[in-house]
Every structure is written in C-alpha cells, then in structure tokens.
Write a protein that binds this ligand. Sequence first.
Ligand SMILES: [Zn+2]
Length: 450
Amino acid sequence: MLASRTVTSELVPARPPFALRARLLTPLAAGGTRHEPDGLLLVDEAGRLTFAGASADRPGEAAAAIDLRPWIVMPGLVDLHAHLPQIPNAGLGAGLDLLTWLERYIFPLERGFDEAAADRLAPVAWRSFAAAGTTTAMVYGAVYEASLDATFRAAETHGIRAVIGKVMMDRLTYDPTIDPNAILERSLRESANLIERWHGRDDGRLRYAVTPRFAVSCTADMLRESAALAASTGAYWQTHLSEDRAEIAEVARLFPDTIDYVDVYDRAGGLGPRTVLAHAIHLSDRELARLIESGTHVAHCPASNLFLASGVMPLGRYLDAGLSVGLGSDVSAGPDLSIFTEMRVGFYAQNALRTAGVFGGPGLGPLDWLRMGTLGGARVLGLDDAIGSLEAGKEADLIAVDPAYVASVPGAEDADPVDLMSRLIFRSHPDMVRAAWVRGRRLEGPHERA
Ligand SMILES: [Zn+2]
C-alpha cells in the first residue's frame, strides 16, 4: 500500500476558510518557482489565498493549521483541450490517422451524446478531471444544445472551473437531424442560447467557448459568424489548427483562396487573445508570426499528437518566438486525462526532436513544464490574475499530491524541487492526487480512488 502513513483524506478541508500546512511547489507570476518544504496556505471565507509562504513566517497560524505534510500542495492543473463526449473512447483507435479515426470512432460516439448520455457521463467526467489534478478544463461537447446544458449543469454541481462549448459543424457533420439549409442559423442560435444561460455563471467559474470543430467541418460562413458571436459576447473561440498533413491538405483544397491554414481563421476574424487553437503542429514561420502578432493562444497536446501520428510540435522554436502555449489532454485522441502525462510525453517528444537534430536549443526542465501546465494555461484563458499559482490574492484552486506514490524507494522523498517535479512527471501515478479544490471548495473525484 503506497498511501501516506501520516495523512488521511478525512483531514482534508471541504470548504473555506481553512489553513493548510504542506510542502508547497508553485510557479510565480513574476517568474521563477517557489518551493517551501514547510509551507503554509491561508484561505479566507471567499476561497481566496491570503497567505502562501513559509510556516516559519506565521508560526501561530502554522501551529493551528491542518497538517498535510508530507503531501505537496500545488496550483491545480489547467487542461486547455479535451472532448468530454469522447471519454468512453479513451485508448481506442491507435494507429489510425486523424480523419479516419474521426469517421470510424468519434463521430458515431458523439452522435449518441444526447442529453441523457450527458447526464450519465458528465458527472463522471468532471470527477475524473479532478482525480487527475485538473481544476480548470476547457472542453468540447457534442453538437446538441440539450447535451451541453446537461454538461454545464454537472460542472455547476461538481465545482470544477470549466470552459465548455457546443461543437459547430455545417459540413462533414454527424448530426442526423439537421436541415443543411438551416444548420448555420440553428447552430449559431443554440450557441447564443448557451452563452446566455451559462457564460460567466457562478461569478465566472463557468464560461463558454464558441466551438467550430475545425476548418474541414465548417464553411467560411460558419467560421466567420461563430467568431463574430464570440467577439460580441466576450466568449472564447476554440477550434483545431494544423494537426495532420492530410487535414492540412484538405483545408487547402476547401479554402483555395487562403494563404495557409492560419489564414483561414484569420480571414474569419477568429484570431486574438480570446482564441485557443489546439495542436498547431506544422506551422510555417508566417503562420507562427501571425498567431503571435494577434495574441492567439495554442493548446499543446503531445500525447494526442503521437497517438494519431500527427507530428511533434517544434515547441522550442515556438516558445523562442514568443507564442503563448498551454497544455491539453485532447481526450480521447490523447488516451489519458492527466496533464502530468502530457508533461511526460511532451518532454519525451521534445527529446526525440533534439535527438533527430530538429531543435538544438536547451530543452525545458521539469519546472518549465509545471509552469506551462498551471500558470501558462491560466494565461491562455486570461485568468492568470486569479489562478495558476499559489500567491496571496489569488483564488484557492489547489491540488494535494502524495509523494509516496512517485518515490523510487519507499520512504525516500526528493528534497530538491526540480527532482520532485521530475519524479511527478516521469513517475506520475493515477492515484497520487489526493485532493483538489476550486475556490477552496473540495472537488469530488480524487478521494474516491484507492
Ligand atoms: Zn481535439
């Protein structure tokens, strides 16, 4: 049994206010990382951090705090790209290319994601995200309005921070109920209805992303109108970009007047700081420069990219140029909901590129991946003033991890923060996240595991 000898989940506070004593590991907004072997977090009634630092600086409060040591408390992970209706397919379809995989596995699955299916699956899905350490998830639903209401309802009840969108497709679609002449108007109206009901709910915990699936599934009209809807309502706009060579060729065929794939979204008015584009693996220098210039963000999904043999993102080149990048699980093209897994696969993939001589610069270290999966993701969503690090004034979106699960020898724990994070990435265990909170409210999921 690997569970900690000294901490039990009954100790974990369920709602604010509370004071926690634990080992703290967090990126800092001003740069660098904070590591406190004996740290203290004070969370006020509203679920905000009023103190994050060394226990020695607040000895009275530390003595009275709930002591979770040797657990590590970190900022909750941010998953910028996942497909909630696809979770039942996780791990299936290896070896297929993107377009074949969509037709064979994904469209039949999403076609069945009606309201009843969403009522069954969404509560499980949100608990699974929390169990993986994700406290903020940006997800795609299916095409049906009622199934999105059910998905939002489940998120509202669960307590996770979520950005959710109804998939929009006016060609290459799986929706058997559509009238081809009315699909654009209907999809826009339903998306607008969902924005009205859910965008900004619970003081901004729930948000909406207008979600055209990708350029292969959407006409220029749908891309343009969906971007206009996002701009007029303040919702996010999310879609896929430059994932697979066959997909890129198909986009070039469908949009012959555009310069390249990025230009398809650019002409639609889709680029900008509220936009999150998944994958972006095969960008030209022009495309990269245009994303950076427009303030557009990218969700990097390395496990998905290798699962479907889509390619390896030249991450060093993108980051050197100044692109804003966070991490995404892309379930179910990514087989695992864990952002720790994305860090590990991403790390290996970048090493593979360097081995092949594609990128010769310095690689990212474990603490760089921690930053990308927390504060980097928060920046993508424009939420870095509220979440993404353990700093006074931020909301208490936290996870607690038991290092016993990743130790190479029982009882041995890594004293150095780089070593600790390296172990969490390369030996991450599905049960190691023991608790998760959003605004100081404990989420169902982690403590249900063994
Ligand atoms: Zn995706």
